[in-house]
Design a protein around this ligand. Sequence first.
Ligand SMILES: [Zn+2]
Length: 274
Amino acid sequence: MLVPMKDILVAAREGGYGVTAPNINNEDTLRAAIEAAVENNAPMILDVGFSANPDIVWFGRVCEQFAKEAPVPVCINQDHGANFESAVWAIRAGYTSVMADRSTCEYEENIRLVSEIVKMAHAVGVSVEAELGHVGQGFQYAVDRDAALTDPAQAADYVARTGIDCLAVAIGTAHGEYKGTPYLDFDRLHEIYDAVSVPLVLHGGSGTGDENLAKATREGISKVNLATDLYKAGAKAWNDEECVHLSPGYKLVKAGYKDKLIHYMKLFNQCGKA
Ligand SMILES: [Zn+2]
């Protein structure tokens, strides 16, 4: 069933578990994510990005169809929405959540731009995720790691003034592959968790390590975004076989991706929570 992201994440925060938000970019990764959720009686958040599939309306309609037919709660979330127009397009395409990422803007501008999207999205029952602080890129982790960690006191003000449904936090993770060893600021996570009442989101799950992610989802993170680890697992399954036709290759990609996704679903205690 197709649901707003808020429904899935409020239950996760109350239940003390995490929910995977795999990046999907085509029919194969979409099928893999839905199958993983159904087979494990788990909720699922499909994270769709413009960069991976620019045809947001067509792909949104495909996702919507799969989500509606699934016997478990499924949300379609626009990952890192670029501007107001892209959020409108996503909602028109059937997305039940949009991320308004204005984390590189100055604080008051961030609030102003995100609030506009909240007003529009909430009018039609769509959830909004936004980011405070900034999660950088793994390849420049030495520089990015401490550049813009989330301030707990500011987080409370930010959530109250924007009206967002969930908050993406910077506590030491990074997007893509880490250059260096990731280390998470769990004290900061606890402080943010106590300061705000909305569910918390962790971007940059790939390569962060099972121990870190299990702890994070036990101690306050309700949603973990995953892309690189899943795509790499899918590509590896493809490379392990000699594919003459594209079709069996896609099946292998799906299988590698799905196995890795289920690994994380079990790690976050998400199975059986549909
Ligand atoms: Zn992200």
